[in-house]
Design a binder for this molecule. Structure first.
Ligand code: SF4
Ligand code: SF4
Length: 304
C-alpha cells in the first residue's frame, strides 16, 4: 500500500481556518449574512497522553480514550495509542455575539441562540470536513462527537457527563483550563465552542502551558472573582461549583423564549460566559504573561 503523504500541524491548522473562511455553512442565518465564526485556536494531543486515562478516573470509566473511539469506528485501520493524534479546536465567540449576550439578564440574546444552533451546525460540519480530509489523505479519522454511540451518561460525581467531552479534549491539547462554572478558559476566553477529531497521525503534541487544570480561573488561582456566580440567572453556580441539573433545566426553558422572541427553534444561555473577567482572555495575570512568554510549568500532578 502507498504511504500517505506527510501531514504537518500547519496543514491541519490551514484546513480548519480555510473551512471557516470559505464554507457557506459558516453563517448565523440572518439577512446580513454574518459568519458564525471568524477564527480558531488549534491544539494537538497524543493518543498515548496519560491524561486520557486520568479522565477515566476523574470523569468516569465511560469516557473514551482516543484509542477506544478510534478502534470502534476505524476497525479496518489498526493503530496503537501512540500512533493517534487528537486534533482539537476552539471557536471563540465573536465580539458582536459576546456584546449582545452581555446585555442578557435571563435568556440568551438572539445572536447567542443562533450560534448555539447554527454555529454548532457549522462546528459539526467542520468535524466532518476535518475527518474526511484526513481520511482522504490516508490518515483514518473519526470525530467522536459525531459517532452514533456518543452518549450522555449519568455520573455520580457530575450528575451527568458524556463519553467524549470537547472541553476535556481541548484541555489535553493545551488549549485551556476549567473555570468555577465548568467552562474552559482559553487564550481567547471562555465564550467559545470546541470540536475535535481523532486520527491515525503522528504529530508533535501542543505543550500544555499549565500545571493545574484550573490555573486560568481567578477563583481557584487566588480566591477572588466569582463573577460567574452573579451572572447565572438560576443560581446554578456557587462557590461549590456548577449545578448541571439546574443549568440543564434553564436551557430547556430557554426554548420557549427563543421561539417566541426570535422566531426560530433554538435555545441557549451562556450568561456566565460573558460580562466576566474570563470572557475573552485569561484573567490570571501571571498565567497569561507566562503563556505570552512561552513558558511551560513543571509536569502537572494527576487530576484531583
Ligand atoms: S468568572 Fe471568575 S470565577 Fe468564574 S470562571 Fe471566570 S475567572 Fe473563574
Ligand atoms: S450555569 Fe447554565 S444557566 Fe447558569 S448562566 Fe451558565 S449556562 Fe446559564
Amino acid at each position: 500500500m502507498r504511504k500517505p503523504p506527510p501531514i504537518s500541524r500547519e496543514w491541519v491548522i490551514a484546513l480548519i481556518r480555510g473551512f471557516i473562511a470559505a464554507s457557506p455553512l459558516n453563517t448565523m442565518k440572518r439577512p446580513a449574512e454574518e459568519p458564525a465564526w471568524d477564527d480558531a485556536l488549534v491544539g494537538f494531543a497524543s493518543g498515548a497522553d496519560p491524561m486520557w486515562q486520568q479522565y477515566k478516573e476523574y470523569v468516569g470509566p465511560f469516557h473514551w480514550t482516543p484509542w477506544e473511539v478510534f478502534s470502534q469506528h476505524c476497525p479496518k485501520t489498526p493503530a496503537a495509542a501512540e500512533e493517534l493524534t487528537v486534533v482539537s479546536w476552539v471557536l471563540p465567540q465573536r465580539e458582536a455575539v459576546r456584546r449582545a449576550n452581555r446585555r442578557a439578564k435571563r435568556f440568551p440574546a438572539e445572536e447567542w441562540a443562533r450560534i448555539r444552533v447554527y454555529g454548532e451546525e457549522f462546528n459539526a460540519a467542520l468535524r466532518r470536513h476535518v475527518a474526511e480530509r484526513l481520511t482522504r489523505a490516508g490518515h483514518a479519522a473519526v470525530a467522536p462527537m459525531l459517532a452514533p454511540n456518543w452518549a450522555i451518561v449519568k455520573s455520580q460525581r457530575f450528575s451527568y457527563a458524556s463519553t467524549w467531552s470537547e472541553r476535556h479534549a481541548a484541555h489535553a491539547a493545551g488549549l485551556g483550563t476549567f473555570g468555577l462554572c465548568d467552562g474552559l478558559i482559553t487564550a481567547r476566553g471562555k465564550a467559545m465552542r470546541a470540536g475535535s477529531v481523532v486520527a491515525k497521525l503522528t504529530l508533535p503534541p501542543t505543550p500544555r502551558p499549565y500545571a493545574d487544570h484550573r490555573a486560568y480561573c481567578l477563583f481557584f488561582a487566588d480566591g477572588t472573582c466569582g463573577k460567574c456566580i452573579d451572572r447565572c440567572p438560576v443560581h446554578a453556580i456557587s462557590k461549590a461549583g456548577h449545578d448541571k441539573e439546574k443549568c440543564r433545566q434553564h436551557l430547556a426553558r430557554s426554548r420557549a423564549h427563543v421561539k417566541k422572541a426570535y422566531r426560530f427553534e433554538g435555545y441557549g444561555c451562556g450568561l456566565c460566559q460573558v460580562g466576566v473577567p474570563c470572557e475573552a482572555g485569561i484573567p490570571v495575570k501571571a498565567a497569561r504573561e507566562a503563556l505570552e512568554r512561552g513558558e511551560l510549568p513543571p509536569p502537572p500532578p494527576p487530576l484531583a
